[in-house]
Design a protein around this ligand. Structure first.
Ligand code: SF4
Length: 523
């Protein structure tokens, strides 16, 4: 059954890569054997949980060993405007003894009971993991039974880590929503301007920079999945008139199947950058009017765009001189690979490269158009190559996720987090201004001059004159000075080893021999 689900998730007609294949190849889907380490960026379970956990009034129960769960509270910065139950760690904490004695299903049932009675969530999502999938726990049956017993939705999510990568887990999460959640609640306030946003995680609360714009236009976000979503709103998503897909790799399949099942048209858009925010608002308005919304929505949208763009450009003006001509290396993926490029190029910044990992064919075409013939779009750059490019002075700043930050820091190049762990919101007009402000702050931070100053020792490890004179009592003033600083300068000077002693140096060279720098490149 899991095999069929995985095959269906990968055989996605809305995926341009899949569309480009011959019919026979397409039938096989994209599933391929995992290579060792393939889950290093997150396993399928991780991907599914990331895609569903920001549904804030639900409990997210991990059925497996404690280690799969990790710490839910602070590992991703999706914002909630209300409930916080989603951030708690719920796990059945299976041990070897439970596995050997076949206690898995019983423990799962008891955990659902405890959660429903103590926390009264709107729903419980139950995630299978490697261990519980391998021992064959029937989480469907347990969820169904617990659901009828405790009178709340209990949704099984089949996403064991061994099934594949984080990206596959995103798709399996979409399947769980479609199979068990969307379409199960009929709201009594359906309106002509209801929309669904898919693949928006509300990281650092950034969707809240966009939602007020939609509110001003009278466009109601029935649900934003998963960022700051409420369970019942997700269950009513089938009543919306338009779907906007923000992160296409994660939930495009869900959008397509919602169109198939309920006739809701979808489009892929972005709220990063001024131009793309405006374009997304235009598309939403035009599609809603086609589906019966008042015709003046288009006019009002244009008026709002004109006012907001003018305001944003006025706020960006003070940064223009500081940022013009600065070279950026962008190591991200998906829509950010072009939408951030567009926003920063409008300020005169240059791009030495952008990663198009996880980007669709349309994303890649937009990168090409934006960066023209000098475009340097790369699928993925080895850490060593990234380091070499930064070290050689190819870029003034790198924008990327936290995993590559140490490459930039080692190369002594400013770095800004633009992926999921970021702490500043970058969506919409105000978010674009914030992004530019953060880039300016990072570039202008005096620490970069400090760290680029040559080290106060030579290649042999001997302290240079400048440094020695700083710590040596070269006059009598310290001797007479009773202050704390002076006492410590004297102590250091007295206890300092003789760094010209050949025996001492030979000993230390031997001690550190064979401990070269890691694979991100060494001078
Ligand atoms: S689900 Fe499997 S791969 Fe993922 S964290 Fe748990 S044991 Fe590891």
């Amino acid at each position: 059954m899991l095999k069929d689900k995985i095959k269906a998730a990968f055989n996605e007609p809305a995926c341009p890569t899949n569309r480009a294949k011959a019919a026979k190849e397409r039938a096989k889907g994209c599933a391929k054997p995992l290579t060792p380490g393939a889950a290093a960026g997150g396993c399928a379970f991780d991907g599914a949980k990331i895609s569903l956990q920001p549904i804030t009034d639900a409990a997210h129960l991990v059925h497996g060993p404690l280690a799969c769960e990790g710490n839910s509270w602070d590992n991703r910065g999706s914002g909630s405007s209300g409930p916080d139950i989603w951030r708690r760690s719920f796990t059945t904490d299976l041990t070897e003894l439970d596995i050997v004695t076949g206690q898995g299903e019983k423990k799962l049932y008891k955990a659902i009971r405890e959660i429903s009675q103590r926390f009264k969530p709107a729903a419980v999502f139950v995630y299978s993991t490697c261990v519980t999938a391998l021992i064959g726990d029937d989480i469907d049956a347990v969820c169904k039974h617990a659901s009828s017993k405790y009178g709340l939705p209990v949704i099984p999510v089949h996403s064991p880590g061994f099934a594949g990568s984080k990206n596959l887990g995103n798709k399996l999460a979409g399947n769980a929503l479609l199979d068990h959640v969307i379409g199960t609640h009929e709201p009594d306030d359906v309106g002509p301007t209801d929309v669904v946003i898919l693949g928006e995680f509300n990281l650092s609360g950034e969707f809240w920079m966009v939602k007020p714009l939609l509110d001003r236009l009278g466009i109601r976000v029935r649900t934003c999945v998963p960022g700051d979503a409420r369970y019942l709103d997700v269950a009513a998503a089938h009543t919306a008139n338009v779907t906007m897909v923000v992160c296409s790799t994660a939930l495009i399949g869900l959008a397509r199947r919602m169109e198939e099942r309920w006739g809701i048209p979808y489009f892929e858009g972005s709220f990063y950058g001024i131009t793309d925010t405006s374009e997304s608002l235009r598309r939403l308005a035009a599609m809603l009017v086609e589906r019966g919304a008042p015709a003046d929505l288009i006019e009002r949208t244009e008026a709002l765009i004109a006012a907001e763009e003018a305001r944003a450009w006025a706020r960006l003006e003070p940064f223009r001189d500081r940022l013009a001509g600065k070279r950026v290396l962008l190591n991200t993926g998906g829509v950010k690979s072009w939408s951030i490029v567009a926003a920063l190029m409008e300020l005169g910044m240059e791009f030495v490269g952008t990663s198009v990992k996880k980007s669709t064919v349309e994303d890649k075409m937009r990168v090409q158009i934006l960066m023209r013939e000098e475009a340097h779009a790369f699928e993925g750059m080895a850490p060593r190559d990234l380091y070499a490019q930064l070290k050689s002075g190819g870029a003034d700043i790198m924008l990327s996720g936290g995993r590559t930050q140490f490459i930039a820091l080692k190369a002594r190049v400013p770095w800004l987090d633009i992926n999921q762990e970021r702490i500043h919101p970058y969506a919409g007009y105000d978010g674009t201004v914030e992004l530019v402000r953060q880039i300016a702050i990072s570039l202008g931070n005096p620490v970069w001059d400090e760290v680029r100053t040559p080290a106060p020792w030579d290649n042999e490890g001997r302290l240079t004159d400048r440094h020695v004179s700083h710590f040596t009592m070269d006059d009598d003033s310290d001797a007479a000075d009773p202050t704390f600083a002076a006492r410590h300068r004297r102590k250091f000077a007295n206890s300092r080893v003789d760094n010209t002693d050949p025996e001492y140096l030979a000993h230390h060279r031997k001690k550190f021999a064979g401990r070269d720098a890691d694979d991100i490149g060494d001078d």
